[in-house]
Ligand binder design. Sequence first.
Ligand code: ABU
Length: 473
Amino acid sequence: MKLVEILLDFIKDTNDRKCKLLEFHHPEHMLTLLDLDLPDTGLPLQTLINDCATTLKYQVKTGHPRFFNQLSCGLDIVSMAGEWLTATANTNMFTYEIAPVFILMESVVLNKMRQIIGWKHGDSILAPGGSISNLYAFLAARHHMFPGYKEKGQAMLGSSQLVMFTSDQCHYSVKSCAAVCGLGTDHCVEVPSDEHGRMIVSELERLILERKARGHIPFFVNCTSGTTVLGAFDPINEIADVCQKYKLWLHIDAAWGGGLLFSRKYRHPRLTGIDRADSVTWNPHKLMGTLLQCSTIHFKQDGLLISCNQMSAEYLFMQDKLYDVQYDTGDKVIQCGRHNDIFKLWLQWRAKGTVGFEEHMDHLMELAEYLVERIENQKDMFHLLLKPEMVNVSFWYIPKRLRTMPHSTAKEAELGRITPILKGRMMEAGTMMVGYQPQDRTPNFFRSIFSSAAVTKTDVDFMLNEMDRLGHD
Ligand code: ABU
């Protein structure tokens, strides 16, 4: 009961704008505030209760309405209740035998998500994060296009070199597939993007032809729907045309932007043509606000996941069980033990309904539009880098001494130097968090994210005012 009180207090404080969202300490000082020792003999219950309270005392409240720092923000209470139940059930998602209800839920939810993508059939699975979902797409594509690779490996391709393509704005996990799967990162070709961060499709075609001329075998194109920094959407239909022309697998990494599929207002044109993909990554733990972690990978073709990944472990996936063993989904994946990531999403969907998710998407997009409007109305104090396609708003804060200086490369460099200083002040004040990063040749800038249902326009106003309060010279 005491632990439940501690958890409820944390939730209350998370939703209380008067409470700070973090109490920052440098690691060496934090170590003096914590007792992390692992004793030889067990400690009394009261010490463990204190440990729990101390742990949450110093944890960043990522569900706080002024946490704009990460793609996964917010604390959806229903999804959180689902996570509590999941922990209580403490089962493994590899067989129907030990997770009957959760396995059926997974099937129902993933089927619904495929329908929303626009597919009648197919197969899907939950994976431990978007990077692993992208890896599943890569593996299935190679298996589909080169049957026998699973057994024979590179030997079946001889000296031929597979190559994959993705924009220079994609998530780094796409490049990681090339490293992990033996292509080598030199064979993950980065396609230039335009000033909005969208892949330039004529460049994709040029690079495919260039690699073909070198005797390489192009086989996989990653199209990003919602890039990590700018929230850009690669043009799906144009990329799909190229994939069709050269018979390449089209994967869409919609880990971030997938949630907008719910919105009739914002789905098009961003995700138009998504049904033409061979595979789609879509992370409910991002825009949909499902608790971490909850990532899904979907395939248009049924049967690929099992034929690609099945190892038929005799001790687990016996074929003579008393039920239909197709429900033993554990043999479709490359891990053995699999966390139950479905219940919290299923319960959340029941609470919100599909329409509730649509309203959530529209609310987030309206917040981003409001922030853009506020920034554009205070051009002396803020500089918008580009009009966003999604809920990522990229901008600089301009301190007083630079407000009369005309915009230039030198001014950008100075703003890029100031940005981490201001972020540091935010963390020390504990009042809000907004992420920052450099991008290619652009120096550090803020990237504000709207992904939490708790945020309102007053929090957007607070963000800008607080930046100005902390951003003194
Ligand atoms: N998987 C990308 C997450 C990055 C971010 O939250 O900023």
